[in-house]
Each structure stands twice: as C-alpha cells, then as structure tokens.
Ligand binder design. Structure first.
Ligand code: SF4
Length: 631
C-alpha cells in the first residue's frame, strides 16, 4: 500500500479492512520505513507480494500483552533485533553500557532487551504456542549455528534453539522470505520447510539431506576450542551460494540444526525492485514526542548502491552475512532516489554517501563469480589482488558523474569505506583523481587498520606499503586539484596477532605521521568473524596456526594508549608498554622518542609547561589536518 506506514495498531488494521494480518513483525529498533533498515525491506517485499504485515517495534518485553497487540498472524511472526546485534548495540568492547541507542527514539537506551531475538521469541511463545516464528536480521544471521559469544565468554547454541523459533532467514532475506511466505500460504507446515535456501531449521533426522556436511557436534565445540575453529572454518567456506553445501550441527537429544546454502544474489533488476518499493523514508510519526531516531540522520541523504563485499577483512562479518558477490542497483534507480531526496525540505544539496559495505565495489571481483561463485580457497584481494580480479571503477565513476549533474545537488560525497588496494589495482580509470577532486568532504577516511605486517596478515588487510603508495597518489591528486584535504587513517588496537611490539611499531608510524588519530577502535569480538574465532581459540581457523591474542584488559589498555601516546592521560601506560616491549630507547628527548622521562622539581614544572605548549601546537596541527566530519 503506497503512501502510508504499515499498521502498528489493531485500529489501523480495522481501518484498512485487515481482519487478520499475514505476518506480525517484532523488531528491536524503532520502526523506520527506509530501505537502510532490514525490517522495512522485508516487510515491503512481503507487501509487494500481496501479504499483509503489521509492525510491533520495541515491545515491552516484561509484558506478554505487548506481543499480542496485533493479534495472532495467519502465517507467522517475524523477529529481528534490528539493524545491529543487541549486545553490540548495548555494550562497548569493555562490556560497559553505552549511553545512546541510535536506533531508538531520542537515542534513549533501554528500549529493547539484551539478546533481543531470544527474548522476543520466548515472549511470543508464551502467548502463541504453535504459530510459526521466523528469525531474521544480523543478530539471528550471525548466531545461526553454534557460535562464540563474547559477552558471556561462552560457546552458545544456535539462536534457533534458545529463542524457541522455527526458522532463521539468514543473510539478505528478500528471496527466502517470499518463498517461505508462499509455502506457508499454500498450507505447507513450517516443519516441512526444509528446502529453502538462506534458511536454518531444526530437524530430528537428516536422512532427507542428500550430502550433509557434518560440523563438529555442539558438545565438541563447547568443550574443545580447536573443534570450534574447525567448525568455523567449514562454515566460512560455505558462505557462497554457488558452492556451499548443507551444514548440519548435531545437538544430540535435541536433534540437529541444519543450514541450507545461502540464497542466490539478486540481479540488478531485482535490486532496483527492492529499493523502489514505497518506503516512507523516515521514522513512524508515533515517535514525534520522544524525539528523532538518530540513525536517520546518517542515511536520510545517502544512497545504498551495492551490497556484498569481496574484501574479506577478518574482523568483519560481512562475508558471513551478505557474502562476497557484489549486487548493485542500476544508475536509473539511484538517480531516481537522489531526485526524490532533493525534494525533501531539509535537503541542503549534499548527498552524504553513495556506497555500501565497500563504496567502490560496483561489480563482481571477477567474471567467474557470476556463475561459479567466489573461491573458497583464496581471497580476492589478500595477500595481493588475485590475477583474475577485474579492478575497474568505470561504472562507479559514470554513476557519480551523473549524480553530480543533477539539479539541486551541490556535492556528492563518499563516506563508506573505499578499498585502497582495489583503487590502486585499477590502472584504467581516473577514479582516485575524481575522488580527490569531487567526493571528499574535507577528509578521506581510510582504514589501513595497522602497519605491522604480522597484524595485517591476521586482519586480511594489504601490506603497509600498499597503503603508503595509496597515500602518495592520493596526495598527488589532491595537490593537482588544488585541494587542501587529508587522509585520516583508522587504526585498530588489540587485534589477534598484535602484541606490544607490533603496537609500538604502530605508535612509531603515528609519530612519523605527525598527528594523533582522534579515534581508536579497540578490537571488538562480534559474533561470527574470523578474528572473533581467533580471539576465542587463539588459532587462525583458515590455517589452524596458533595466534597471539591480547586478552588481558591491562595489555589492551596499553595497546590503545600507544596509539594516542601524546595524550597526557596515557603517559603511565605508554611508559609501561615501552618497557615491556624493551623499547626504552623511545623514552627520552630525541626526535624519535615517543615520551619524555619523568623529571623532578623545577625541571618538572618546566617540562609540563613545555609539554602543554607542544600538545597545544600538535593539537592545532591535528585540527588543521583533521577537518570537521560533518558538512
Ligand atoms: S578467481 Fe580471484 S577474484 Fe575471482 S573469486 Fe576467486 S579469488 Fe576472487
């Protein structure tokens, strides 16, 4: 139904002549009807296939009646924690409560429970014993099989078992959800839906599966870290729709959890159709009193041009969720959306982003991917670009040029990450030149993440030399276009493989860089990444070699402090780290020293005064270099 939000109350259902909804969608985020929100996409896709969907967003999980607000659906309850895993949303890497929830009205915390999918699933079961429950979204997708859970420091069962649900629609769910809906509508029992790609289900037997790939049993991965690493490696190799098999995890007397191969990627036409659905492009007016949903600001004037990523960084779960095959929207579809944006009263002429998981991936890594899928035995970009990789920005450039020319558009920025090794591999197009000239909002955010080859190899990132070459070329392009703008690198501390020596190597690079990064990302072991598996098992699941993992909070604090070694608050930690790394040569007065030794009396007060002067000067330099983030 065009031009209105989906119903959120029974009264609205009655007004629209709906006696019983086909689906009731329970979500942990506020209800935002925008294509950047998974539940909005899935509910609009279902609606476009003739199904009615009602939304219960952020129900009171202590009150069973909140889940009964729209009555029992005819076909199923759908459940999603929202755009983020609820634990990542609620806690920092040091397991402290966050203060703001960008997906709740007014940014207020506490609108959803921890482990939202499990809580909502069980809440529904209290009232509706037999209604099918289908889980979707990132939380369910990345916890679809036995997995390591950082917050409890435990191996947890498939979320299917803990939530009391019948099925998980994992990955990008447009295809799967329509197949599920059609099958349920035709009268097939949810227990018999064992054949849909992109789904995970429970089963008492596995005789119906022609060639099951048996993962180590859950009891084994619970007891033995190496078994978990083996299980994860098999799961990781089975993320490609063209090559994956059916995975089975044995839960002994509770039966099996079965993962069907991923859904096939959407064609360009199908992507256009999904993004062309009649989204209201904003949050539901019921939140007006409580305040805006902060996340809308990031996406209101941004365009999603692609999905999927063949970058395969170890600390990112994208491969596990969206896969490595790139799916894109057509220029026409994106231009149409951009034109709609320009009609918004608040549009100031700036498109904030034209991107996706990686902005400049607008085509598959190679031709083979289109029919045979991505290789399971090697990466497309790591350690060096594959010889079959087609690095070509022609299509992206053509798109950006068209967007720049649209009426009412002053600037088109790129804020999603770009892969600098992919940019360098493109020898044909002037992408870097045009990026520098037209698409950088003061600073280009790039993510080399580290400088130590040892750490980079565990991150699946290119060699430091590649980053240096990119920087040189980027600076040349900026100079040629007369732009005074800089690249601001993002670095990560405490990634598996990073010891104190490697952290000091990074601090030395930062010293030579001349300014201190404003943000440091401490490695966060989120569900189902290669790096999280390394964190837990201390083994690289790809090679089964052992990996050093900084787990001790004090060592992690030292690594973090080293990145911002100029911050006076970090002084003690930095000294301790340098001593631990046998690099006391970096404590002193020489130009290469990171920190000065402690003095006493008048020397001390003189030093503090000089230090303060230096900090102020460096801060000024840093501010000059690091431009304001927001336009
Ligand atoms: S052949 Fe190379 S570029 Fe193509 S999927 Fe395999 S690793 Fe990636």
């Amino acid at each position: 139904m065009s031009g209105q939000f989906l119903p959120v109350t029974r009264q609205e259902c009655i007004e629209r002549g709906i006696k019983q909804l086909d689906f009731v969608y329970v979500i942990g985020d506020a209800y935002v009807d925008h294509s950047s929100f998974g539940p909005a996409i899935i509910s609009r896709v279902l609606e476009s296939h003739g199904y009615t969907v009602g939304i219960i967003s952020q129900p009171d999980w202590k009150d069973e009646r909140s889940i009964q607000a729209l009555g029992e659906p005819r076909l199923a309850f759908l459940v999603s924690s929202g755009n983020m895993d609820s634990m990542v949303n609620h806690y920092t890497v040091s397991k402290k409560h966050r203060h703001k929830d960008s997906f709740s009205p007014g940014g207020i915390m506490g609108k959803r429970p921890d482990r939202a999918v499990v809580v909502y699933g069980n809440l529904i079961r209290k009232s509706y014993k037999h209604t099918p429950i289908i889980l979707g979204g990132i939380e369910a997708s990345l916890r679809r099989m036995g997995h390591y859970d950082y917050w409890s420091d435990q191996i947890k069962r498939s979320i299917l078992l803990d939530s009391g649900a019948d099925m998980i629609s994992y990955g990008m769910g447009e295809r799967s959800i329509v197949e599920i809906a059609d099958a349920l509508a035709s009268g097939i029992d949810i227990k018999d839906l064992t054949f849909i790609r992109g789904t995970v289900y429970r089963s008492k037997t596995i005789e119906h599966i022609p060639e099951p790939i048996m993962l180590p049993a859950f009891s084994d991965i619970q007891e033995n870290k190496l078994d978990y690493a083996k299980s994860f490696a098999v799961q990781y190799k089975n993320t490609d729709p063209y090559q994956a098999g059916t995975l089975v995890e044995d839960y002994q007397n509770q039966g099996y959890v079965v993962q069907n191969p991923p859904a096939y990627p959407l064609s360009m036409q199908e992507m256009d159709d999904v993004y062309d659905l009649p989204y209201m492009r904003t949050y539901h007016p019921m939140y007006k009193k409580e305040g805006e949903i902060p996340a809308i600001e990031e996406i209101r004037f941004s365009l999603t041009s692609n999905r999927g990523c063949f970058g395969s960084c170890s600390f990112c779960a994208l491969t596990f969720h969206q896969g490595r095959i790139i799916q894109v929207r057509s220029h026409e579809s994106l231009i149409k959306e951009a034109s709609i944006m320009t009609q918004d009263a608040e549009f100031k002429g700036y498109i904030h982003d034209v991107g996706g998981p990686t902005a400049d991936f607008r085509q598959p890594a190679c031709q083979k991917q289109l029919t045979k899928g991505a290789c399971s035995h090697r990466q497309c970009l790591y350690p060096t670009p594959c010889k079959n990789l087609v690095a070509d920005h022609s299509d992206y450039l053509a798109l950006l040029r068209k967007l720049r020319k649209l009426p009412k558009i002053k600037k088109v920025f790129i804020r999603s990450g770009i892969r600098f090794d992919y940019v360098l591999a493109d020898k044909k197009t002037p992408f870097l030149k045009e990026l520098a000239e037209y698409h950088v909002s003061g600073q280009l955010r790039v993510a080399p993440e580290h400088v130590s080859e040892k750490v980079l190899s565990k991150m699946g990132k290119p060699s430091h030399q590649v980053y240096m070459e990119f920087l040189k070329k980027y600076e040349e392009c900026c100079k040629k276009s007369g732009k005074e703008q800089y690249a601001v690198p993002y670095f990560m501390s405490s990634h598996p493989g990073c010891g104190i020596r490697e952290a000091i190597e990074l601090a030395e690079y930062i010293r030579d860089m001349g300014f201190m990064p404003e943000q440091v990302q401490d490695f966060y072991p989120t569900p189902s990444t290669i790096a999280t598996c390394m964190y837990y098992t201390q083994v690289d699941p790809v090679t089964m070699e052992s990996v050093y993992v900084p787990k001790n909070p004090h060592e992690k604090a030292m690594q973090r402090a080293l990145i911002q070694y100029r911050n006076p608050e970090n002084r003690q930690l930095v000294i301790e780290a340098l001593k631990k790394g046998n690099r006391e040569d970096l404590i002193g007065f020489g130009p290469k020293c990171l920190i000065r030794p402690r003095r006493t009396g008048s020397e001390k007060s003189e030093r503090f005064s000089n230090d303060n002067k230096n900090i102020k000067a460096k801060k000024k330099k840093s501010i000059r270099n690091v431009h304001r983030k927001k336009q």
